[in-house]
Unconditional design. Structure first.
Lengths: 806, 301, 205
């Protein structure tokens, strides 16, 4: 029994039962029951004591997960003791079938206690001391705050008129009675304010989809996906960004029923891992090129649905150009390169997209022949320069493959839920805005700096020219002024100038980067601490009641109450409240829903009694968008000028901007791309993806979320090795607009040439102005897209290097 | 380098040092001592045994710093049936008990040679079982890098290294305690000192050669440790090189000491100093080795 | 009477969203960095240049792992104070009143299930939500999963329903502890193993 035998013996049996038996026998006591460790004789109850054993003083309330802009609307089961939330569980309805699945919260809803009880929550009204942007405040009373606000409002109204007021786009809360709509109602009663249209989420896709279909209601109810045989998840990552609660679960179910799922994304996302049969990485901003090449294959290999194109579309080729546009470039002209001499072959697209031509061709064939198929367009690929093009291109692919108006198909585009556009049924009455001027939501800094005189060339609608710049901003549930807007350094300079925006009022739960610029900062209670009502997020057929669960602490108030109090100072509280408080409006909204969409909806009292939280309508026969149009395009025309699917849009053609707003969808090289001169200095494309540790910039400061998903710059091993960067190193990321230093994660789940920095991290500049938290908007641009006037916030080129010290 | 495991590094190293010194110096000395020792006065043996006991005590005290609830330490003897950790503690306590008994016997002069020898053997058995338990307890499935023959082998080698080099130092100190300027009188014969010195040099030399060969073999053949859900340890090239240097230095000191008559008759102060150098360098290398060992067991953050 | 409670983890459906991790934390009030159910991100392979293009040869999946309440309770066998014990239904628990915080069990467990809590100076681990089980309800993690990738029950029943796989890379050899665990492997498991799959999110677990 020399060395080898001994080694083998020890290696294989080091802690095995056999060896225990041997030694155990030596020492005494049979080790035969080695696997059955009995309960020790003394000692307390088993294990770490459960958090709280349910006792009679614990109240259970089923409510909605506080509505932020997360992409889900889920049910929480909240346990309350002594007016404190002590545990949170999810939807515990007894059934979980496809027609009405449980609305299970994600990691953020499950961690909500850490936000609810966060020590940094704002408690009292604050007034700025020092210069704007320094973030130094002193506590004041509500009286003083309201007086100051009222007097500033009156001053600005008198000096500049109501069009100088602006309640910016902000989605930190929105659930009927919480969020910016409460302030918009105020403003509309007060004489109005500058309005905005579109959003930071969907500017391009919401503007471009109707140019093809005449409407944004292009999506089926999601249970219909189970009828699909092919699902192309293009820039779509529902498992991570949550695009309607359960969307990823529906895709899983579709796959189990035999659908082939392909993810096209520069990152191997959570969805790609969980749901896809194949992951195809693609350079950001080049999706329209790949789509064009797919069309090329379909056209040249005769894979299009010719009949459908003939009867339901216009502009596909020269035989069906709209009246007044014959002779203009058709889609087929563009794809085959008849006018520009560049056939959009897979080989051509390969050089642009980084996707092998053979793969593009194969996917084209697969999507065209595996029917019915879903081409789902996510939002990352449209939140870019020329994002309008990729939206149109995707819709056109769905059209020419005949996947419109059939079960298991998908018309693509923004896909608001059929039949009526889906949730976000905001019923809280904001009234009519007496001010007619409306700007694109992303151009508010322009309206601050040079608003007076801005016109249609900057997307202004409602009036010819703006009469005034923005002089007063009231940010409700909004961190989009500083943190979420492009080019933070620029915005900070603009807002710091007190001669531009003369009064900046912010109300929020925390002192956010936007809050740091407030003149008055008001503490808002959380949605557990007031009443509310939410429906689905984009998809779904449910209503979730959100009763007040615990009292509002310290001097916090709800958004609604703050508006009512300011209205009180200005003499129109009665008109504002109509005699209702938050609960009253919640009941009012329930009644509205009952009358307009959910006839079976119980009363408020009944819902509270039942304590179910959610009222949902099972979907047994999912609605399919354009089913009627498909059946009979003459009888049920689309709301487009031609009544048909506009592959060629005369409306766009007549704008006469073919380079940036072509009439057919085209690939246009972005103004910051790997192919321009800027790539010499900044060779890496940066995407700021949605991350599960936050909802945009909400939940930034939650320990359980940060430990699960720490803020990191994600980069490929090849890019890291070339820069001598190792996993976990602090890295510096920069371009001409700013610099951030953040730790990195080296991962093969992203393509070389692309880096990713999750969006929403709070801007945290050091003394030199270098951000230390990985705030992506220090690097993004304020430039907007040509047609939708939307944010191109993912079009960013950067360089990365190892940071010194860090 | 798992510096945070310093209490366990101290405990295991001091335990191995104490046991090694006991086995290589004290036990032979007990059997070499004449049956009828002077009835009065302490002798070198007492000091040697006291030293060993003290080392164990310090190690045990250090180990308390590892515990989350040190006041509950007595609980640790509860699972002799299956836990090598319980057994390790039991054998260490028994070892210390017999050592204390031995110390008392030697303080009063070894009245009965047989009694002393019996107790000495009992202590030796407990000491060996203590070290066996110590090695075995590390061989858990949760740390595959420990769950191999290299663990007991390296513990054995550490014991021999520390026991021989430390034995020389302990012998010198014990002799000095009774006023002698040599190593040995009242303890062990010059021959045995020579054996100790040569053994120490041999084992230290073996460390250098063995470590280089093993590392080369690992480089060439690759080294697959079975997986566990814990991150792989990162080994330090600097520490590796340093250990080689230290062992070489220790070996050199031993050789020099041997040649300058370490083992023969009165020892010159320089020679005595060399034993300290030899021990110090070897102990330092052992310390580094032990911290790297604990680094292999690094668990979650 | 359940012989041995265990978990089923569907790696083919798991996105790595960590709802299970945080549901567990909320249920058990785990602060201070203690995580009982961890989600390991596993990836193997890399990228190759083919004709000027970067082509991925990457296989990736996730492993959600709490405590496997193993049939060979190596943690309990190692524990010097007998603080770790196994119920008749197989659930393994730690008795806080006996634990001395020596962390030996933490070393012994090849699944890294046991965590030392600097706030209590004791170790802790997944309890299979015993108080829920004893009230006839599921563990917190199981019902939390948005992709329904977790199940629980008698391991014999789970094995009948889901198969016999109890190890995928990077999990250790199940022969050592006989975990009460069934896994439905991700489609890329074999590919990942071939390409040297390893955990790539150590700092999160």
């Amino acid at each position: 029994m020399k060395a080898p035998a001994l080694r083998k013996k020890i290696e294989t049996s080091a802690m095995s039962r056999r060896s225990f038996l041997r030694w155990g026998a030596l020492v005494g006591g049979s080790a035969a029951s080695a696997g059955k460790l009995k309960r020790p004789g003394r000692g307390k109850a088993a294990g770490r004591p459960p958090a709280q054993e349910l006792s009679s003083d614990v109240r259970i309330v089923r409510t909605g997960c506080p509505s932020h802009n997360c992409g889900g609307r889920c049910v929480l089961k909240v346990y309350v003791r002594d007016n404190k939330v002590v545990r949170i569980e999810g939807d515990d309805r007894p059934t979980d079938g496809i027609e009405d699945p449980q609305l299970r919260p994600c990691i953020r809803g499950r961690a909500y206690r850490r936000r609810q009880d966060h020590p940094d929550r704002l408690k009292y009204p604050l007034k700025r001391v020092g210069k704007r942007g320094e973030g130094r405040f002193e506590r004041i009373s509500w009286d003083e705050a309201l007086d100051r606000i009222a007097s500033e409002f009156e001053r600005i109204k008198k000096a500049y008129g109501n069009a100088a007021f602006y309640v910016p786009y902000g989605t930190g809360s929105y659930n009927q009675v919480n969020g910016r709509q409460t302030a918009q109602r105020f403003m509309n009663l007060y004489g109005g304010s500058l309005g905005f249209y579109n959003s930071y989420s969907w500017a391009c896709i919401s503007a471009a989809t109707p140019t093809v279909y005449g409407t944004g209601v292009t999506g089926n109810q999601r249970q219909d996906w189970l009828n699909a045989k092919y699902i192309l998840m293009w820039s779509w990552n529902p498992a991570e960004m949550r695009d309607g609660t359960n969307s990823e679960y529906f895709v899983r179910k579709a796959r189990e029923r035999g659908a082939r799922v392909v993810c096209i994304d520069p990152r191997m996302t959570l969805s790609a891992v969980a749901l896809a049969d194949e992951w195809v990485p693609i350079r950001p901003g080049t999706d329209a090129a790949m789509m064009s090449a797919m069309a090329y294959v379909m056209i040249t290999e005769d894979l299009t649905d010719k009949d459908f194109v003939r009867t339901h579309c216009v502009g596909f080729d020269e035989t069906q150009m709209p009246v007044g546009s014959s002779g203009a470039e058709s889609y087929k002209d563009y794809i085959l390169g008849r006018r520009d001499g560049v056939p959009k072959t897979p080989g051509w697209a390969e050089g642009i997209t980084g996707v092998p031509g053979a793969t593009i061709a194969r996917l084209a064939r697969e999507y065209a022949t595996t029917k019915p198929g879903v081409l789902y367009q996510g939002y990352g690929m449209q939140r870019r320069a020329y994002g309008e093009q990729v939206v149109r291109a995707g819709c056109v692919l769905a059209a020419i493959t005949g996947n419109v108006g059939v079960p298991g198909g998908w018309a693509s585009g923004i896909a608001l839920q059929a039949p009526d556009g889906g949730p976000f049924w905001l019923v809280f009455p904001t009234g009519q805005n007496p001010v007619k001027a409306v700007i694109p939501s992303f151009l508010w800094t322009e309206a601050v700096v040079r608003g007076k005189g801005m016109g249609p060339e900057d997307g202004v609608t409602g009036v010819e020219r703006l009469e005034t710049s923005i002089k007063c901003i009231w940010a409700v549930a909004c961190n989009a002024l500083i943190n979420q807007h492009g080019n933070v350094n620029r915005t900070a300079r603009i807002l710091a100038d007190e001669k531009l925006v003369e009064f900046l009022l912010v109300q929020d739960n925390f002192l956010t980067p936007t809050g740091r610029f407030a003149d008055i900062l008001l503490p808002v209670c959380t949605q557990f601490e007031t009443w509310g009502l939410e429906d689905g997020w984009k998809y779904g057929d449910e209503v979730i009641l959100m009763p007040q669960v615990v009292p509002a602490p310290f001097e916090t108030k709800s958004d609604y109450r703050i508006c009512a109090d300011i209205a009180g100072r200005l003499g129109f509280e009665e008109a504002y409240t109509e005699g209702r408080d938050e609960r009253g409006w919640t009941e009012w909204a329930l009644d509205r829903y009952r009358r307009t969409r959910f006839p079976g909806l119980p009363t408020l009292a009944e819902m509270l009694e039942a304590n179910r939280g959610v009222y949902s309508v099972p979907v047994t026969k999912p609605a399919v968008a354009f089913a009627d149009f498909r059946r009979d395009p003459q009888k049920f025309p689309l709301p487009t000028p031609s009544g048909k699917i506009e592959i060629f849009s005369k409306r766009l053609h007549d704008l006469n901007k073919p380079e940036t707003i072509p009439a057919v969808p085209k690939y246009i090289q972005e103004w910051e791309s790997p192919f321009g001169a800027e790539a010499q200095k900044y060779p890496l494309q940066l995407v700021g993806h949605h991350y599960l540790s936050r909802v945009h910039s909400t939940l930034e400061n939650i320990d359980w979320l940060e430990e699960a998903f720490p803020q990191r710059l994600f980069l490929n091993p090849a890019d890291a090795a070339a820069r001598k960067i190792r996993n976990g190193d602090p890295v510096r990321v920069w371009n001409d607009r700013g610099t951030t230093v953040v730790r990195c994660r080296v991962t093969p789940r992203i393509m070389p040439g692309v880096v990713a920095l999750p969006q929403g991290a709070w801007w945290t500049p050091d003394a030199q102005g270098v951000d230390r938290r990985g705030s992506v908007n220090i690097l993004s641009s304020e430039r907007w897209t040509p047609f939708a006037f939307g944010n191109a916030q993912h079009t960013i080129m950067v360089q990365v290097a190892k940071a010194e010290g860090g | 380098m798992a510096w945070r495991e310093w209490p366990l590094a101290a405990f295991t190293l001091l335990g191995q040092l104490a046991t090694g010194v006991y086995l290589f110096l004290v036990l032979p000395a007990v059997f070499a001592a004449p049956a009828d020792q002077a009835a009065s006065g302490r002798n070198a043996l007492f000091y040697a045994v006291a030293a060993v006991t003290a080392l164990l005590g310090v190690g045990a005290a250090a180990s308390f710093f590892h515990l989350g609830r040190p006041l509950r330490a007595p609980n640790a003897l509860a699972n002799l049936r299956t836990s090598w950790l319980s057994r390790e503690i039991l054998f260490e306590l028994l070892f210390m008990f017999f050592l204390a008994l031995l110390a008392v016997l030697f303080w009063r002069g070894a009245a009965e040679g047989t009694l002393a020898r019996t107790v000495a053997v009992l202590a030796a058995v407990c000491g060996v079982l203590f070290l066996v338990s110590m090695a075995r307890l590390y061989m858990v499935p949760g740390v595959p890098a420990w769950n191999r023959a290299t663990t007991p082998v390296s513990f054995l080698v550490a014991t021999v290294t520390l026991g021989t080099t430390g034995g020389l130092v302990a012998g010198e100190m014990a002799s000095r305690a009774i006023g002698s300027t040599e190593i040995g009188p009242g303890l062990v014969s010059p021959l045995w000192l020579r054996v100790l010195t040569v053994s120490a040099a041999a084992v230290v030399g073996l460390r250098v050669v063995g470590r280089v060969l093993l590392t080369a073999r690992r480089r060439v053949r690759g080294f697959r440790i079975p997986p566990s859900l814990k991150p792989a340890a990162v080994s330090s090239v600097g520490a590796f090189a340093l250990r080689l240097v230290l062992w070489t230095g220790s070996g050199g000191a031993l050789v020099a000491g041997f040649r300058s008559g370490l083992s023969v008759g009165p020892a010159a102060p320089e020679t005595l100093r060399l034993t300290w150098v030899a021990f110090g360098l070897a102990a330092a290398a052992e310390l580094l080795t032990r911290f790297e060992f604990y680094g292999l067991g690094a668990g979650p953050r | 009477m359940v012989r041995q409670y265990g978990f089923h983890f569907n790696a083919a459906a798991c996105s790595g969203c960590k709802a299970c991790q945080v549901a567990c934390k909320d249920h058990n009030d785990l602060t201070g960095g203690i995580i009982w159910r961890r989600v390991y991100e596993v990836a193997g392979g890399g990228w190759e240049k083919a004709g000027g293009l970067w082509v991925p040869k990457v296989a990736a999946y996730n492993v959600s792992m709490a405590c496997n309440h193993c049939e060979v309770v190596v943690c309990g066998l190692a524990c010097p104070t007998k603080a770790i014990w196994k119920r008749d239904d197989g659930i393994v628990l730690i008795d806080d009143s006996r634990c001395i915080g020596c962390r030996y069990c933490e070393w012994a467990c090849p699944y890294s299930a046991i965590r030392y809590d600097a706030a209590t100076n004791l170790v802790s681990k997944c309890t299979f939500c015993v108080e829920e089980i004893d009230s006839g309800r599921p563990p917190a993690c199981v019902t939390s999963c948005p992709l329904r990738a977790l199940d629980f029950g008698d391991i014999d029943e789970l094995r009948k329903k889901y198969g016999q796989v109890d190890r995928v890379v990077p999990l250790p050899d199940p022969e050592a502890t006989k975990p009460a665990l069934v896994i439905t492997p991700h489609k890329d498991t074999a590919e990942a193993e071939k390409r040297g799959a390893e955990v790539i999110n150590w700092e999160e677990v």
